[in-house]
Design a protein around this ligand. Sequence first.
Ligand code: ATP
Ligand code: AMP
Ligand code: MG
Length: 192
Amino acid sequence: MQEYRDIVVIAGIPGVGKTTVVEEAVKKLKTYKIVNFGDVMFEIAKSEGLVKHRDDMRKLSPETQKKIQRHAAKKIAGMAADSNIIVDTHISIKTPKGYLPGLPLWVLEELEPTKIVIIDATAEEIFLRRKRDNTRRRDDESLESIKFHQRYNIYLAASYSMVSGATVSIVYNKEGKILEAVKELTSILEQD
Ligand code: ATP
Ligand code: AMP
Ligand code: MG
């Protein structure tokens, strides 16, 4: 019989530091493999000639994004056959047409996550991290808009928890304190 494998979702708004914290955490948590949902979507979108840059995907039509999202979710669920997986992704994606759910029902049904961990920081910290990081083309957003997105994500995470049974936790990634966030995340992931 196949052993049960665990899928944990790590989410948070762009530039909060998810990828940085998660990559550091798996150095300690050797039993988990990271899958970046955006990487999987980008591979699909590139192969279909839809975008050249990962930060252009959220500008595609919502229908196209959802099609790629569904495809990516199936691929990621397949990867969980032989490993515990941390999925680095988003609770919602701010698109020109409105907030797109990162984990709509069909994604939750594919992934069946046991835990959803939101990485958070103050809006001011997030604003400055986006400004300093020129490896990405993140949206220029006001502090008010960042705060709204943070609040919206908490509500949406509660609804994901309702339908999937996943627990929801928040880890604060304070300025210059990546290792503290890593410690908190690893302790959540080490709990059965
Ligand atoms: P996205 O959703 O766009 O992929 P992300 O949440 O994965 O964003 P990262 O790429 O990990 O964000 O981090 C964004 C920037 O913030 C990077 O330049 C990173 O070095 C920096 N950063 C991350 N955590 C901290 C921290 N605790 N203090 C200061 N800078 C940080
Ligand atoms: P990231 O590097 O995490 O910002 O991911 C790159 C891009 O992938 C995001 O800006 C979104 O356009 C897309 N993406 C990531 N996760 C999801 C998801 N769960 N649903 C829809 N789009 C996603
Ligand atoms: Mg990232």
